[in-house]
Design a protein around this ligand. Sequence first.
Ligand SMILES: Cc1cc2nc3c(=O)[nH]c(=O)nc-3n(C[C@H](O)[C@H](O)[C@H](O)COP(=O)(O)O)c2cc1C
Length: 310
Amino acid sequence: MAELAVRCAGVNLRNPFLLASGVWGESGESLAGAWSAGAGGVITKSIGSVPRPGYPNPTIEAYERWGLLNAMGLPNPGIDEYPREIEIARRAGATVIGSIFAGDPEEFARLAVRMAATGVVALELNLSCPHAEGFGTEVGGTPENVEKVVRAVTKAVTIPVIAKITPNTGDAAGLALAAQRGGASAVSAINTLRALAIDVHLRRPVLSHGLGGLSGPAIKPVGLACVWQIFEKVTIPVIGVGGIASAQDALEYVMAGARALEVGTQVTFDGIGVFGRLATDLSRLLDELGFARLEDAVGVAHRASSVPPE
Ligand SMILES: Cc1cc2nc3c(=O)[nH]c(=O)nc-3n(C[C@H](O)[C@H](O)[C@H](O)COP(=O)(O)O)c2cc1C
């Protein structure tokens, strides 16, 4: 069977499939469960400096099996409470990446120090949530801000820093390049696409917050395009995320340039059993296509496209 273990952002992963931030609860038990089910690593819910209740319901709308629209409002227990959850996941042996969000570079740096102290192997900076006022895309929506935040965090901690990039500005590659300039060890792309649903009977948006973020299979082509463009601009590893539901989806991301992958919405559709299935299927698919190791397939679609047709 083809080798799925990869090294990405200075972290050894037993396979490339990471639990994406925020989609499978925030408890230590749920992170440990994803690890036991075969995830290559788990990313925590994005954690802030203080507890946040998030927005009132409704916060999620599901579209059969092709997408989810959400505006949760970054509910989380805050960094004072959260280390005990990380401890539960770490005791289960999980490779844990800590996701954080903050309103400015100084707050990011302070929070990063607290999160790093929990023993996570890397940090993922949420610079890309499309629906939380004062956070996410409002902080990470320009290259200048991305660079400032990443620089502040990389100065404050010694563990690898991953910048999670938004697709909503139209220039994910420019944001990724800024993250690299700031010292990021990797970038992950993409967070959700800004989106809206209207309830025609109630004559108002379906979600209490109005605008939300779209995830799931519907956004895979957008995620792939972002990873493709980012891979052409940066030298740090790219982590692909957005609509991965099958080994074929995963390999598309890898061939576009991703070295590791995050799976979110499909976990909510299929449960954590999806991790075992994806790993087995991807290893088999790589075998069929003649790749001995996942790493050999990273970015190959770029080389193929530069070969003139015969
Ligand atoms: C319900 C829900 C909650 C999410 N919460 C977070 C979060 O806290 N932090 C974050 O960086 N991304 C969050 N995301 C975005 C996902 O991590 C991921 O980037 C996005 O859903 C695309 O991947 P997918 O199509 O596999 O779900 C959330 C997504 C969903 C659907």
